[in-house]
Design a protein around this ligand. Structure first.
Ligand SMILES: [Fe+2]
Ligand SMILES: [Fe+2]
Length: 275
């Protein structure tokens, strides 16, 4: 019996030529390997599609969850869609290319260590991870603007038709929670999201006020509540393995060339996350 593995990668940021070379080298070890892509593939619709299609040609199953960069509407992107319409178009594009999304039935990994249900999530963030020393969302955001550490999402990630990103996030968290709650009791899961489900990974951020664009308090117990054997995330560009409440968390990002070039080791991607 052939033994595939579940691999994961995030933050490919393919607008950088050096990162495209890393993508070109992403290849399965076995024809049964699956690949999780946890967001921030690229900045333009065309780049995202090209990359996911390429990966789908190589891997038996590709499971994608959106990052913030997928949801940007850049001035030079011919695809002008914003917010929820853009997300819906990305989901259609993934379906056209045989890539699974948070809107599809969750795939069940039945290979080594299985069965585990692989659940890609799209929950965004709601500014509840306040900057240290601040007591409310408004103060936390003002503090970030005063230091100049402001996520580009404020300019490029439009929440349409929601009034703000926080409202869109609330709807997305409700939807993700509904899907996960519908799983049979005792289901073992691989939870996949661009933004970490718990706040602790952001404790090592160089600029702690950036945490408000990284997640939400509302997912703090999802890894225990929904039976995670591993929680896969990206966004922070700090690849590492940690454990919270006995659950393994894997940050599987590549990141920007200026970040990964400075590391002692070349990127070891994709990362095997299960079994
Ligand atoms: Fe990223
Ligand atoms: Fe990100």
């Amino acid at each position: 019996m052939s033994e595939g593995n579940l691999f994961a990668v995030s933050d490919l940021h393919v607008s950088y030529a050096e990162n495209r070379r890393v993508v070109d080298a992403l290849t399965p070890e076995s024809e049964d390997d699956w690949l999780i892509v946890a967001g921030d593939v690229g900045d333009t619709f065309g780049d995202i599609e090209k990359t996911l299609r390429l990966l789908r040609e190589r891997y038996a199953t590709v499971i994608w969850a959106p990052g913030n960069h997928e949801l940007w509407t850049l001035p030079d992107d011919p695809v002008r869609l914003r917010g929820a319409e853009r997300y819906d178009a990305l989901v259609r594009m993934c379906r056209d290319n045989g890539v699974l999304t948070p809107e599809d039935e969750f795939a069940v990994w039945a290979g080594a260590g299985g069965p585990v249900t692989v659940a890609p999530l799209f929950q965004l963030y709601d500014y509840s991870w306040l900057a240290p020393g601040t007591t409310g969302k408004k103060e936390s955001l003002e503090y970030a603007y005063s230091t100049g550490v402001v996520c580009t999402d404020e300019m490029l990630l439009h929440p349409d038709p929601y009034p703000d990103r926080e409202s869109w996030s609330a709807a997305r968290i409700d939807e993700s929670e509904r899907r996960l709650s519908a799983l049979a009791p005792g289901t073992r899961t691989v939870l996949v999201s661009h933004w970490p489900l718990v706040r602790q990974p952001t404790d090592v951020l160089w600029y702690p006020e950036f945490a408000q664009w990284c997640g939400t308090n509302r997912t703090a117990d999802w890894h225990t509540r929904f039976g995670a054997v591993v929680a896969v995330y990206g966004h922070l560009h700090i690849p590492r393995t940690t454990h919270y409440d006995g659950v393994r968390f894997e940050e599987v990002s590549l990141g920007y060339p200026r970040e990964w070039r400075s590391r002692a080791d070349a990127p070891q991607l994709p990362k095997r996350v299960f079994p």
